[in-house]
Every structure is written in structure tokens, then in C-alpha cells.
Design a protein around this ligand. Structure first.
Ligand code: ADP
Ligand code: ZN
Length: 741
């Protein structure tokens, strides 16, 4: 039996430590166990990563405490932590933070318990008869408990029987009942019930796709991940559901990843109503869970009580036992990329975890990322396609409106073109619903002085401030800084200072003026601050209490409302002109996704895209629902320019509150990186980041590209470890970045 354990502390140390396993814990400690260990005069939590017969140092201290009876982390997940550290160039302790939720790591949270009561022994008729005469309430309690051998929560009992608590106390004294604490789950969905939703008969196209998926679920580790490219409404979700059923039938569990914003009650409902009836529980993981809820969901998954997990990015690390399948819906979504260390990509982790487990991996999208499609083209993934909407429903007709002409016609900045207004009016008359989409919240995107050109900027970031009319304040959308809106230009005191650009608040206002009789509701980060607001608004929309829903990304994804027959995109250009090689791809994806919200019912849908650059390829291909066409021109461009997927990009961002320190440190680092650069790596910079200042920090970037990540990652890590940075100065490494600002 192993007498020593090698422990990775939760805190960044860059090394592992050996401890003795005290005899009473000998059976219980294994790889993946969580332990508290003495470090100098403190106790620190950590994870056992290896069992040893001999320690590597002469004197070792004993483990202080074992946290939890069973190992928290399966060996596969430990291996994944190592992989993340190596690939994404971060300390393994930081990688661990993604894998093990904070609430589990600090091991302070316990299960919520409830006082319950049950019969201590079978009721004997004489005792019962005697009680009925002398203490009828006690007799009633005994009779009430008889059908429940596992006990009844005391509050529930008291609710039914007045005076039950007192009676229970007397009965306990007599040894007739026993009270005990039992764990109850903090289930965020406990008040909901679900109607069973049976599997649908697949159509011919779905069947072909499903056969491919079934093959990989049945032969994990022997087949490539499947990329399911299916137009919106083609029945991808039905395939996910049936694929998960195959995994369950094989006695295995499943993880279903969805982007945070599409983790709607609707989505969860669809999964619960398929699986709950067969006794398979579904755990839900997202960023709005309370610590208690997260704790309980994690244990439900780890203990095998919930075999299906549906969740956002971090759910890819869910401790599902005997994992059979990971599904990544909307695999192209940028929200799968974590923008703080460890900067992993959920989809890529799914593929890696799939090969470690091994288990099947299914990626789905109406607009696969250029990277994933390329992986399919080169045979790394297996491609299956759904080209038709279910029931041959037509794709909605898309019209593009040229805002330049509209502005000339309306003689002012057109927010809602005449054609869009007419289309909305038609929907109101017919009792149908419309969705208007805009990528920017607030009232205006900036506030500018027409006299001197002064733009109100955030004092801490190089970004212009957005005017929020309801709050009458200017807000920085990056750091949250707010200030009062100036009545005159702060620079030249001209009173003509005015708003430029359009936000959701302004669209809402225009709609109010155009259609005073219509019920308009706005859905963005400003109106959705309460936890329940999202569900309430969607419910109101579903039940027809809203005619027009105005919103940001929040409404672009996954929603399914049959009565929505019109989708308007107020300004398709807002993402196009960013200094980012993915700008065009993002716009195309967004337009197709938003368009997919129209015509999900019996009436054909219509989509109106407003744009100042109506002939941009992203808009023109989206108009024709032409993914293949878009992809072909985009991949050619990427190849010509040497962008991903033809290379891997790594961005090193150096930041400091002092500009000169940031610049000098970046230069020093770039010089050090340039020495012994691995073959094929190109280094650029340092340059001021496109977003030169954020949160009061000056930012400089070094950009590296390389055909292979691992060697470069290792090189960067070694250089960073050997190059101390001045105080308050940090270098962040982002491998395969999505935020180039
Ligand atoms: P996607 O995920 O590709 O957008 P969904 O799976 O949500 O598509 O399917 C769209 C609609 O079609 C849903 O209402 C779904 O219940 C229905 N549907 C899917 N597959 C079938 C089928 N084989 N037969 C009938 N209806 C189906
Ligand atoms: Zn700011």
C-alpha cells in the first residue's frame, strides 16, 4: 500500500510536494483525492496526483485532512489539466481552476439538510390502539409515516398534521420514531414539471446524419469527432437528443455544451422533457448558479445521480462518470473561448477530452467555424450535413436595405427604414411577432461635439462612452465607468454636442414613436439585470404579450418562437470594421443565426438586413443562405494572408499602469522571445494593442504565429519564467486568441 502522496497545491507554486499518508487514511487516499496539507504554518488545499512508495525528499509531513470521501477528480481530468497547462501556456494550478469549481476546491460548502422522521420499527396494532385513545395526534403521525420507509421531512409533516412536531418528539422519546437529517438538493428547477416529449421519427437526411453519429457513440476512441453542419431548423437538436439516448443505453453519460446565451429555459426544458421520465436526471451548469446550487449539481454529477449535463463552456469539465458523448452545439460560438486564464476553448477541450476518455464528440452548427470546417476538409473530423429545414419549411427570404440611400431619402440618419417599418406594421396587423436585433446596447454609441470634434471617452480605457438615456449617464462598456452626461461640450462648451450611432434604447424609442399601439420590449444586459427577468420576458413573448422584441446577442441564439415571422437587423455593419481577421466570419454567422429566428412556424418568415455596406461578402452570402460560398472565399483569403487555420496565433499582451513601463517590458520580453525561437515561428511587435488602454492599464502586444503550438508554448513559458517583470506589470498569453484587441 502506498505510504506517500504527491500533491499539487491549489496555489501557483510551479512544483509538486510529497506528503505522508497517515495510517487511518491509507485506504481512502487515491489519485484525484482532495486533501488539506501543512505548508509552513498554514494548511492549504490540494489534489493528490500520484501515489508513491518512497518520497522524493528525506522529511515529509503527513497529510492533515482528507476532503470528501471519494476522489474529486478522475485521472482523465488530471491529464486534461496538464494538457491545458502545456497547450495554453499557463501554470497547471491555473488549469485546475477551470476543472474544479471554486466551491468544490475550497470545500466549505456542504449539502443542505432537512430534518426528517421515519418509523423506528413496524407499528404494532396494540400500541396504535392504545395511542388512538390516549394521544390521537401521535397515532395519526404513526399512520401518516407508515407508507414512507425512507422518512418524511418534518416541515412537510407539520404542514399536513397540526401539532406534528410535538407528537414526533413524544414518539421519539418512546422509541417509536427516529429523526434524522437528510440531504436535499438545491435544484434551481425544482418547481417545474415536464411533459414527456418522445423521440421524433427522423427524416431521411437526419437519418443519414444520425447513423454516422451512432457509429461514433458506439465505438468511442475509434472514430473521428463528427461535425454536423445543418441549417437552422434542420433538426440538429433532435439528433443530439437521440445520440445522447444511445450513450445512455450503453450505460454511459453525456455532456451537452451550449453557448451561455442560448442556455435558455427553453433549451433545458427540451432536454428534461425528453429524459426525466425514464429516471435519467439532467444537471444544469451555468454562470448564474448560486454556490450552493453549483455544489449540489457537481455532486449529483460526480455521484452518478445526474447522467446528463447541460451547460455552458465550463461544463466540458463536468465530472461525469463513464462519459459516452460530448455534444457542442453552435460550435462556432466565440463564447466557448474563455477570456481569462486558463484561456481555453471549450470546443477544442471537448475534442481533447474525447480522445482521453475516450468518448464520442459531436460538434453542431448552422455556420461551422472556418477552423472546424477545415478540420473536416482535412479528415480530422467527419462531416455530415443537413441541408433542409424539417418539414421542408422554407428558409426565410432575406432583403438587404441600403442605409446610405435610406438616409438620403429620410434626410436624417435612418434608424428604421421605410421598408422595415412597413414590414413591422404588417406583422402588427396580422397579430404576428417581430424581433429586431442590434449589436449595441444603450442609446447612442458615442457622443460627439460637431464644433470641435471632441468625443467623450472613458478616463481608464481608450473607448468612447455610450449614452444611456434611461439612466441619463455615459457608460464605458468595457470597465463600467459611468459619469453624468454633459449638457455642453466638455472641451469647447458648445451646447450642440450630440449623439452618434444607435443603441437598443434608441431603437426602442423609435419603435415607440412609429407604433404607439404596439407592445415593445427590450432585452439586453441593461434590462436583464435581475435573475428572473430573462425568463419572464421570454415567457411574455411566447404567450404573445409582446409584439416587438428588441435586443442584442441575447436574442440571436437558439430561441424558437413559431409566431415570429419578421426579423430585422438594424445595423449589420457594427461588427464588420473591427481590426480582426474574424470580423467577416462573425458577421456572416450572426446574420445567419438571427435570420434563423424567423419563420419557425407555419407562416413563412422574412428577414430584413439594414446596412451601410450592403455589398460586403458577409452580407451578400448571408442573404443567399450560402455557407459554402462564404466559406470558400473566406478560406482562400485566410490562406493568402496566412491567418488561422493555416497557422496558430499566440498573443502576448503586456500591461502596466505606466505607459513607459509597459512598453519597455514588452520590448524586453520580445527580445528574449526572439532568442532561440522555435522553427517556423514568426514574431511581430511589440506594438500598442488596438485597445491601447483598458481598466487604467496601458497595453502592448507581441504577436507570434506558428504552424505548431506546443513547441512555441513551451518556449514562451520558459522565457516568461526567466524574465522577471517590474511591479504591477503583467504578461498575459493567449493561445488561439479570439479577442485581438
Ligand atoms: P435545429 O437544432 O437544427 O435548429 P431543431 O432540432 O430545433 O433544429 O428542430 C426544429 C423543429 O423541428 C423543432 O420544433 C423540432 O421539434 C422539429 N423536428 C426536428 N426533427 C423532426 C422530425 N424528424 N420530425 C418532426 N419534427 C422534427
Ligand atoms: Zn472604461
Amino acid at each position: 500500500m502506498a505510504r506517500f502522496a504527491r500533491v499539487m497545491l491549489d496555489q501557483k507554486t510551479g512544483r509538486l510536494f510529497d506528503y505522508e499518508i497517515p495510517a487511518p487514511l491509507a485506504d481512502a487516499v487515491s489519485v484525484g483525492s482532495r486533501v488539506a496539507v501543512p505548508v509552513r504554518d498554514r494548511q492549504i488545499n490540494g489534489t493528490v496526483v500520484e501515489l508513491l512508495d518512497e518520497p522524493s525528499v528525506a522529511t515529509v509531513k503527513p497529510i492533515a485532512r482528507l476532503l470528501g470521501e471519494r476522489p474529486a477528480i478522475a485521472p482523465t481530468l488530471l491529464r486534461l489539466a496538464d494538457w491545458i497547462a502545456t497547450y495554453y501556456c499557463c501554470p497547471v494550478e491555473v488549469a485546475m481552476r477551470a476543472i474544479l469549481p471554486q466551491v468544490i476546491r475550497n470545500a466549505k460548502m456542504t449539502h443542505k439538510t432537512i430534518r426528517s422522521v421515519r418509523l423506528a420499527r413496524p407499528i404494532d396494532p396494540e400500541t396504535l390502539a392504545a395511542l388512538k385513545r390516549r394521544a390521537p395526534r401521535q397515532a395519526e403521525v404513526l399512520e401518516a409515516l407508515a407508507p414512507f420507509p425512507d422518512g418524511v421531512p418534518l416541515p412537510a409533516l407539520s404542514e399536513r398534521l397540526h401539532g406534528a412536531r410535538e407528537a414526533v418528539a413524544h414518539l421519539a422519546d418512546k422509541g417509536l420514531v427516529a429523526t434524522f437529517d437528510s440531504a436535499i438538493a438545491r435544484d434551481p428547477w425544482r418547481n417545474e414539471s415536464f411533459v414527456h416529449h418522445a423521440p421524433l421519427e427522423l427524416n431521411a437526411e437526419q437519418r443519414v446524419a444520425f447513423d454516422a453519429v451512432r457509429e461514433t457513440v458506439r465505438a468511442p476512441g475509434k472514430t473521428a469527432p463528427v461535425l454536423l453542419h445543418g441549417v437552422t431548423g434542420s433538426g440538429k437538436t433532435e439528433i443530439y437528443l437521440q445520440a445522447i439516448q444511445i450513450a445512455l443505453d450503453a450505460g454511459r453519460g453525456a455532456i451537452m455544451l451550449v453557448p451561455e446565451i442560448s442556455l435558455t429555459p427553453q433549451t433545458v426544458e427540451r432536454f428534461k422533457s425528453r429524459f426525466l421520465h425514464s429516471g435519467t436526471d439532467v444537471a444544469v451548469l451555468h454562470s448564474h448558479l448560486s454556490d450552493g446550487e453549483r455544489h449540489d449539481e457537481w455532486h449529483r454529477i460526480r455521484d452518478g445521480r445526474a447522467r446528463i449535463v447541460i451547460g455552458a463552456r465550463s461544463a466540458v469539465f463536468a465530472p461525469v462518470q463513464n462519459l459516452g458523448l460530448i455534444v457542442v452545439d453552435e460550435e462556432h460560438e466565440n463564447s466557448y473561448k474563455q477570456e481569462e486564464a486558463p484561456r481555453y476553448h471549450g470546443r477544442d477541450i471537448a475534442v481533447v477530452r474525447g480522445s482521453f476518455e475516450p468518448c464520442a464528440v459531436l460538434l453542431g452548427s448552422a455556420t461551422p467555424s472556418i477552423e472546424s470546417y477545415q478540420n473536416a476538409a482535412t479528415g480530422k473530423y467527419r462531416l455530415v450535413e443537413l441541408t433542409q429545414r424539417v418539414d421542408d419549411k422554407k428558409m426565410p427570404a432575406i432583403r438587404v436595405i441600403d442605409l446610405r440611400q435610406e438616409t438620403i431619402k429620410q434626410k436624417r440618419h435612418a434608424i428604421i427604414s421605410d421598408k422595415l417599418a412597413a414590414a413591422i406594421r404588417l406583422r402588427i396587423e396580422r397579430g404576428e411577432q417581430s424581433i429586431l436585433f442590434l449589436n449595441r446596447r444603450g442609446f447612442s454609441s458615442s457622443i460627439i461635439c460637431p464644433k470641435c470634434g471632441h468625443v467623450c471617452k472613458c478616463p481608464d480605457c481608450s473607448l468612447s462612452l455610450t449614452f444611456h438615456r434611461a439612466a441619463k449617464r455615459l457608460v464605458c462598456h468595457l470597465c463600467g465607468h459611468t459619469e453624468k452626461s454633459p449638457p455642453v461640450c466638455p472641451s469647447c462648451s458648445d451646447p450642440a454636442i450630440r449623439f452618434q450611432g444607435v443603441g437598443t434604447e434608441r431603437v426602442e424609442e423609435s419603435l415607440g414613436a412609429l407604433f404607439p399601439e404596439a407592445k415593445v420590449r427590450r432585452m439586453d444586459a441593461d434590462t436583464m439585470t435581475r435573475k428572473e427577468a430573462y425568463r419572464e420576458t421570454l415567457h411574455a413573448f411566447k404567450t404573445g404579450k409582446i409584439d416587438i422584441l428588441v435586443g442584442t446577442q441575447m436574442i440571436a441564439k437558439g430561441l424558437h418562437f413559431p409566431n415570429v415571422t419578421l426579423v430585422g437587423i438594424v445595423n449589420a455593419d457594427s461588427a464588420l470594421h473591427l481590426a480582426d481577421f474574424r470580423a467577416s466570419e462573425r458577421t456572416f454567422q450572426l446574420l445567419v443565426q438571427v435570420a434563423g429566428r424567423a419563420g419557425r412556424g407555419d407562416v413563412e418568415g422574412e428577414v430584413i438586413i439594414q446596412s451601410f455596406t450592403p455589398f460586403h461578402p458577409a452580407i451578400q452570402y448571408a442573404k443567399r443562405h450560402d455557407y459554402a460560398g462564404f466559406r470558400e472565399q473566406e478560406i482562400a483569403l485566410r490562406e493568402r494572408c496566412g491567418f488561422p487555420p493555416f497557422t496558430h496565433l499566440v498573443l502576448v499582451t503586456v500591461r502596466s499602469p505606466h505607459e513607459s513601463v509597459a512598453e519597455l517590458s514588452a520590448k524586453t520580453l520580445a527580445k528574449a522571445l526572439d532568442v532561440d525561437l522555435p522553427e517556423g515561428v514568426k514574431l511581430l511587435g511589440p506594438n500598442p494593442a488596438p485597445l491601447e488602454r483598458a481598466h487604467g492599464q496601458y497595453r502592448f502586444q507581441i504577436s507570434l504565429d506558428s504552424p505548431k503550438v506546443l513547441a512555441l508554448s513551451r518556449h514562451i513559458r520558459a522565457v516568461l519564467n526567466a524574465t522577471p517583470l517590474p511591479e504591477e506589470t503583467f504578461a498575459a498569453v493567449d493561445v488561439d486568441p479570439y479577442q485581438l484587441l
